[in-house]
Design a protein around this ligand. Structure first.
Ligand code: ATP
Ligand code: MG
Length: 361
């Protein structure tokens, strides 16, 4: 079986460090390993419109912000097909057929969607499109026969839903679709990176983000106001690591080279944690280290982004070519789906002949 990777991001804002550790970093590694037959990355504008229907300009502008972030992180259009969801009408059609395979009760059980409904105050007036986006996501994945999906933990329920749809479809209509496997980050801090407020996951829609494109001063200011252990009042007090956002970020980002360069008095993160838990290590010192780590990680990304900002027409061309290619692939799947569902009436003479036979000449 071909190895096909599919992922995407909603153009609801610039991409943040949660995207980076949760999915983007992995995508670039996988792209460069060269083990995949095809890699698709989708800018999910149609999905973004499910909760941003009244702000089309926001979605439109963020297409380019997200694309710039891809290029900045090293996504290579020679190796990856980057496309815009709304330009692939086959995805909408596929979603419509998939809707018959999912119950309302099943959608209501999706824990990620439940949280997102609360976050958006959608309890009283929930757009049907938003409620059903896990179905459209199943269409996005299966249209490209994606079997590897590198994403953050919030996407687990979507992948489960996709697998169920694939099983149901194949059981009813025959083996056409492929069950995708989720590829979660190996480092547990990266599964669901919290926002700088330490509360929910870092999320474009919550404004608790460090963006990949943030300037050095913005990164520093955000690190300095980051949530730590509220019980750690004086330097000499023992501090808690669990739920301490600064340490979660160090878990996600720091490597031994960072200790050598910025904090040589500690052998590694375990030594730093041990000191903090024992007492005698101030939040400021840990934050200064985290700031140095993040500055080192984000500088090359920011600089590449600035270089690509001068090549907007080229990026548009990549998105257009990618969308055309994606449409061809999705059409091929849709043809198979419609054949399996017996709604391919005019593909050949089978329909007319069978009906003639039924009714007699
Ligand atoms: P929105 O608030 O509009 O939903 P978002 O910040 O949740 O935006 P998405 O575009 O929904 O971002 O997610 C894109 C990808 O990034 C998904 O694979 C998702 O799992 C991953 N991701 C998003 N936020 C995080 C996070 N805080 N930690 C790890 N992975 C994340
Ligand atoms: Mg999201």
């Amino acid at each position: 079986m071909e190895k096909i990777m599919l992922t995407g991001d909603r153009p609801t804002g610039r991409l943040h460090v949660g995207h980076y550790v949760g999915s983007l970093r992995r995508r670039v590694e996988l792209q460069d390993m060269g083990e995949f037959d095809k890699i698709f990355i989708m800018i999910a504008d149609a999905q973004a419109l499910t909760d941003n229907s009244d702000t089309p300009q926001k979605v439109r502008d963020n297409i380019m912000e997200v694309a710039l972030d891809y290029f900045a992180c090293g996504i290579d259009p020679e190796k990856v097909t980057i496309f815009i969801q709304s330009q692939i009408p086959q995805l909408t059609e596929l979603s419509f057929y998939f809707m018959n395979l999912v119950t309302v009760a099943r959608l209501q059980r999706n824990p990620t969607v439940k949280t997102e409904i609360q976050m958006r105050n959608f309890e009283k007036s929930l757009p049907v499109g938003f409620f059903t986006y896990p179905i459209s996501q199943a269409a996005d994945i299966t249209a490209f026969m994606g079997n590897v999906v590198p994403v953050g933990e919030d996407q687990l329920p979507m992948l489960e839903q996709t697998k169920e749809i694939v099983r149901k479809f194949n059981a009813v209509y025959g083996d056409v679709l492929v069950e995708p496997e989720i590829l979660l980050p190996e480092n547990s801090a990266c599964l669901r990176l919290p926002g700088i407020d330490g509360k929910a996951k870092m999320s474009k829609s919550l404004g608790n983000c460090i963006y990949l494109s943030d300037e050095p001063e913005e990164i520093q200011a955000k690190v300095m106001r980051m949530f730590t252990d509220p019980g750690h009042l004086r330097v000499e007090d023992p501090g808690k690591i669990e739920g301490n956002t600064v340490f979660t970020y160090l878990d996600a980002f720091s490597r031994s080279a960072h200790f050598v360069e910025f904090l040589p008095e500690y052998a590694d993160l375990d030594a730093l944690k041990e000191h903090y838990q024992k007492g005698g290590l101030g939040d400021m010192k840990v934050k200064r280290f985290l700031n140095a780590v993040l500055q080192a990680e984000l500088k090359p990304i920011r600089e590449r982004r600035k270089a690509f900002q001068k090549k907007i027409p080229y990026i548009c061309e990549v998105l257009e070519t990618g969308s055309r290619e994606a449409e061809r692939v999705a059409q091929d799947t849709l043809d198979k789906v419609k054949r399996a569902m017996q709604i391919n009436y005019f593909e050949n003479d089978d329909f007319v002949n069978s009906q003639v036979e039924r009714f007699g000449k």
